[in-house]
Design a protein around this ligand. Structure first.
Ligand SMILES: [Cu+2]
Length: 281
């Protein structure tokens, strides 16, 4: 943004430089790096390599279906090929190998919508994945929505965002530090449970229920959407955290986790990880 102003207008630059002069010159350099990712039906357009450090992934959904960006780190020397081989046993169920660690990402965005998520990534090998199911029951990852990402050192010196609200995830709950009010908020998500959790967030449309939102998302999005998705946190492994910044309006919002349970394989919403919250005017 600033770069654009610099090359197009000297006047704008002078106006912009004045208020910056009194501030610490490092301020601009510490904003998280933005990585733009496009979601299509059914693939990701994303860089192959990014520097380590605090990074905002901006997921632009240019497809017709709902998509999310789920980032997993491959540990124990595993490669993207190992991940592709492991996928062959999945079919219509999410079976994350134990060496693939959920590190977050921007969760579900509707068609022509954008969602953002900020995480701090260490150097390593990662995969970008979409687990959203299509109407045929097939997960998008099985249709080609999976792409390797190399994260290289040294890390950029970017600071993590400052959150005004914290959301703690546990077996099987979403716990907000305070009620969400209309307007723009930065929320820090943290998972303190042993197994991974996610938080899909959306505004329920008038007269629509949580159950209708779950069914619509889980069964290939048949018919008009009962929910306006605004993103949320993709899967976070134990102890991991991430941030989203999003605009809220007055209304009823749904918080949902679709991850299959470690013990019985049932989605976490069946264990109670489904919550309606009210953003009061
Ligand atoms: Cu998808």
């Amino acid at each position: 943004m600033i770069k654009k102003i610099l090359v197009t207008s000297g006047f704008a630059f002078a106006a912009l430089a004045a208020p910056l002069a009194g501030q610490a010159p490092a301020a601009a350099a510490t904003a998280p790096r933005v990585v733009n990712v496009k979601a299509l039906d059914y693939r990701f357009q994303a860089p192959a390599t990014i520097p380590a450090g605090t990074t905002t992934f901006r997921l632009q959904n240019v497809g017709k279906e709902v998509h999310h960006l789920w980032v997993v780190q491959l540990t124990g020397g595993k490669t993207p090929d190992d991940f592709t081989k492991a996928m062959k046993s999945w079919g219509s169920a999410l079976k994350m190998p134990p060496w693939a660690i959920d590190v977050g990402g921007p969760n579900s965005a509707g068609s022509n919508e954008t969602a953002e998520g900020t995480m701090t990534l260490e150097p390593g090998t990662y995969m970008l994945v979409c687990w959203v199911p299509s109407a045929d029951g097939m997960l998008h990852v099985m249709k080609g929505m999976v792409k390797p990402l190399k994260v290289t050192g040294p890390a950029t010196a970017a600071a993590e965002p400052v959150a005004d609200i914290t959301m703690m995830m546990d077996d099987y709950s979403f716990d907000l530090s305070k009620p969400i009010t209309p307007g723009r908020h930065t929320i820090r998500f943290e998972n303190r449970a042993a197994q991974s959790h996610e938080a899909v967030i959306g505004r329920l449309l008038p007269d629509k229920t949580l159950a209708q939102a779950v069914t619509w998302l889980n069964a290939g999005q048949a018919g008009p959407a009962p929910i306006a998705l605004l993103g949320g946190a993709s899967g976070l492994a134990k102890g991991r955290h991430m941030f989203i910044t999003a605009d809220f309006q007055a209304g009823r919002y749904a918080l949902l986790c679709f991850i299959p349970d470690a013990k019985d394989g049932k989605p976490h919403f069946d264990h109670g990880m489904v919550k309606e919250i009210v953003v009061a005017p």
